[in-house]
Write a protein that binds this ligand. Structure first.
Ligand SMILES: Cc1cc2nc3c(=O)[nH]c(=O)nc-3n(C[C@H](O)[C@H](O)[C@H](O)COP(=O)(O)OP(=O)(O)OC[C@H]3O[C@@H](n4cnc5c(N)ncnc54)[C@H](O)[C@@H]3O)c2cc1C
Length: 393
């Protein structure tokens, strides 16, 4: 067996997920893309096989197998279907607020349902006028008796209409900038809450992306996450971890495309030999594989950092680098996979055009790659590094 960074136990778990992906999800991927319908059958499969549990501690009914295995799982599922991989990445994104800042009562109420997959969740930060500049949000929340009243709207929210709970960010003090933002748990049946519309998209077609409306939406005061004014910090702490899930999705798409292109190149013949034996195609395959492996290095390192208790301040740069690199690799590699298949790469009968469309979103959501570059550079500027060339003129 080839050398592997995972332990024997982790490899066994990966094998189980891989088999499920290959046998049960891969045959559905093209249909999910064509139909633009949310794949409830995949959710059911994840529930039956306790796949959601891979994202949660044992205390909440999960497997307690840690961040690295959660990322490996998202990668393996995304190799065959990016929409299905996203279901897991967003279950992590939507539950991280509770894991990091939830009160004991909030965790008790929600985390077991999320770990079993009985409930799906969502993370609602972006608005029509505020994506990268999330602190410019307009949604407000005010305390009235023992309830908060939310007014405003959110845009581009993954799992809109299928989630049972939404982590929603709103301004409790509109004059206070970042420190006027608070986070709330909003259940889907909260009075005054509605999903206004779903967006047709380029890729991840089975995933819902929608607009949320809050019109005098009432949530119990006990649904405030953390303290008033802590919302922005919570939102960023969540993204510092969840971005790695998008990196895993991107890496999975890239590796899936590489594997497919390799198999194709071994059998498609031109000028009397398989195209894999033409040096220009062989070079493409080598670059695709190398980029995937480099992305995996960044991603798994991040997984280990979390599992080994690295401090929050070190996670920011590591997750931004993993997300930035793996998503750029996803776009580059899927574009090359289409090229390797020639004209066949461009038609729906083959999966690489879907992979190319699916790859694009990984460079955009959970912070665009321009924002990731700003984050990495900002963290570099904070570091106290020994500069070896100091004094050299
Ligand atoms: C399919 C999909 C699913 C999504 N899911 C969710 C979700 O579940 N929850 C959620 O809250 N949001 C979600 N989003 C929103 C997503 O995170 C935002 O679209 C993204 O952060 C970019 O924001 P924007 O679209 O407003 O672009 P803008 O912020 O308007 O950016 C436009 C362009 O300007 C660049 N730019 C902006 N500011 C700077 C700067 N300071 N320096 C350099 N370049 C800059 C950007 O990189 C981008 O290229 C989703 C979006 C999509 C399309």
């Amino acid at each position: 067996m080839p050398w592997d960074v995972l332990t024997d136990e982790q490899r066994e778990l990966r094998e189980l997920v891989r088999t499920l992906a290959r046998e049960r999800i891969a045959p559905r991927a093209a249909e999910i893309d064509e139909s633009h319908e949310f794949p409830w059958d995949v959710v059911e499969l994840f529930r039956e096989h306790e796949i959601f549990g891979l994202l949660f501690d044992e205390e909440w009914g999960g497997t307690g197998t840690g961040m690295l295995m959660a990322l490996v799982t998202i990668e393996e599922i995304s190799k065959v279907c990016a929409t299905s991989g996203l279901i897991l990445a967003v279950q992590e994104l939507g539950s991280l607020g509770l894991k990091l800042a939830g009160s004991p009562e909030q965790r008790e109420r929600y985390l077991p349902r999320l770990a079993s997959g009985e409930w799906l969740c969502a993370y609602a930060l972006s608005e029509a006028g505020s994506g990268s500049d999330s602190a410019a949000m307009r949604t407000t929340a005010r305390l009235e008796g023992d309830e908060y009243i939310l007014d405003g709207g959110k845009r581009f929210i993954t799992n809109a209409g299928v989630a049972n709970l939404y982590i929603v960010f709103a301004k409790t003090d509109p004059e206070a900038g970042h420190s006027g933002i608070s986070a709330f748990v909003v259940e889907s049946d909260a009075p005054g809450f509605a999903v206004a519309r779903l967006e047709p998209k380029m890729g991840i077609a089975g995933s819902t992306t929608g607009e949320l409306v809050f019109e005098g939406c009432r949530v119990p005061a006990g649904n405030l996450l953390g303290e008033e004014g802590e919302g922005f910090r919570i939102a960023m702490r969540i993204l510092d971890r969840s971005r790695a899930g998008i990196a895993a999705q991107g890496l999975g798409i890239a590796q899936g495309a590489t594997d497919y292109a390799l198999e194709y190149a071994k059998t498609r013949e031109t000028m009397g030999k398989p195209i894999a034996q033409h040096q220009l195609i062989a070079a493409k395959l080598a670059d695709m594989e190398t980029k995937c492996e480099a992305g995996r290095g960044l991603l798994y390192r991040f997984g280990r950092m979390v599992d080994e208790g690295a401090p929050d301040r070190e996670l920011t740069k590591a997750s931004a680098m993993a997300k930035l690199y793996c998503s750029d690799v996803a776009m580059e590699v899927t574009t090359e996979a289409v090229q390797v298949l020639g004209g066949y790469g461009y038609i729906r009968e083959y999966p690489v055009e879907r992979m190319m469309r699916d790859a694009k979103i990984t460079q955009l959501y959970e912070g665009t790659n321009e924002i990731q570059r700003l984050v990495v550079a900002r963290e570099m500027l904070k570091e106290q590094r020994a500069f070896l060339l100091a004094g050299v003129s």
